[in-house]
Design a protein around this ligand. Structure first.
Ligand code: ADP
Ligand code: MG
Length: 265
């Protein structure tokens, strides 16, 4: 008899010594370059495949900046961002093109990311065409069905939708591309409590069904506790706690995590 346990899946992202700074224009001298503010100060972490990883921290701790590096909307100053084993941190746009479909993002304010002049079906179909993975009206209607919106929403414009419905369209647009990774940056922050709960359980179900890997940025630990498998706590661009949600929440190492936890009702 041979004993051959399944090897553990390699992480989808391996981040090593990730550093990023922005020019500090507020303190720019009269002559010469502005000094730089370090926003990510050498992050080391793995993001496991097929799981939901929460990224929390106070406002300004670097969550969105980190997320934007994961989907390569920002190029870091130093370090490695291995996506499925390939370092995307320094790839040029040509090399990134075949990977882009796999690195999707859902925004906090869907109104700013949904073209107000396009009907819902076109909003969903256009990126599918761009990535050559469909893009018919029927494809868009299928994606709407997956996020629980009836097919006749295809002909609406973004302003004809509620906040929760707009967020569903944002999710439909992302999942229609069948990406491997979705970054969700504060996507329920602008919604009322009942729409929040609906969007979260939708995301959780889709993640399970599709085997998606999600990085879920939020300043709200009760949302993270409800939704996520793993959590990373950032403070001033450094990781101060990380691990499975239950472990971190029952045994927080840093004062920051403790104080964030004490704010949960
Ligand atoms: P969070 O999402 O945790 O609130 P951010 O990643 O948005 O934090 O911002 C971290 C820090 O980086 C903040 O101090 C912010 O002002 C600064 N920052 C973010 N984006 C830029 C930018 N494009 N230019 C200059 N500073 C920036
Ligand atoms: Mg942010």
């Amino acid at each position: 008899m041979t004993y051959s346990p399944k090897p553990p899946k390699p992480p989808l992202f391996s981040v090593r010594n990730l550093r990023l700074s922005f020019p500090d224009h507020a303190h720019k001298p009269l002559f010469g370059a502005a000094p730089r503010i370090e926003v990510l100060k050498g992050l080391d972490l793995d993001i496991p495949e097929g799981r939901i990883t929460g990224i929390v921290g106070e406002s300004g701790s670097g969550k969105s900046t980190f997320g934007r590096v994961l989907v390569r909307l920002l190029e870091p100053d130093a370090g490695e961002v291995l996506f499925d084993g390939q370092d995307i941190s320094t790839m040029d746009e040509n090399a990134l093109r075949p990977l882009r479909r796999n690195l999707q993002m859902i925004f906090q304010d869907p109104m700013s990311s949904l073209n107000p002049r396009h009907k819902v079906w076109r909003i969903i179909a256009q990126p599918m065409k761009r990535y050559k993975c469909g893009g018919t009206r029927k494809d868009a209607e299928n994606a709407l069905e997956k996020v629980g919106l009836p097919a006749d929403f295809a002909d609406r414009y973004p302003h004809e939708l509620s906040g929760g419905q707009r967020q569903r369209v944002g999710i439909a647009r992302a999942i229609a591309l069948q990406p491997r990774f979705i970054l969700a940056d504060e996507i329920v922050s602008g919604l009322d409590v009942s729409s929040q709960a609906q969007v979260l359980s939708l995301l959780q179900n889709l993640a399970r069904e599709m085997g998606l890997t999600i990085a879920f940025i939020s300043h709200d630990l009760s949302v993270i506790r409800h939704l996520c498998d793993e959590v990373i706590v950032l403070n001033h661009g450094e990781i101060v706690d990380c691990g499975p949600v239950e472990e971190v929440f029952s045994n927080p190492q840093s004062d920051i995590t403790k104080s964030l936890l004490s704010a949960i009702p």
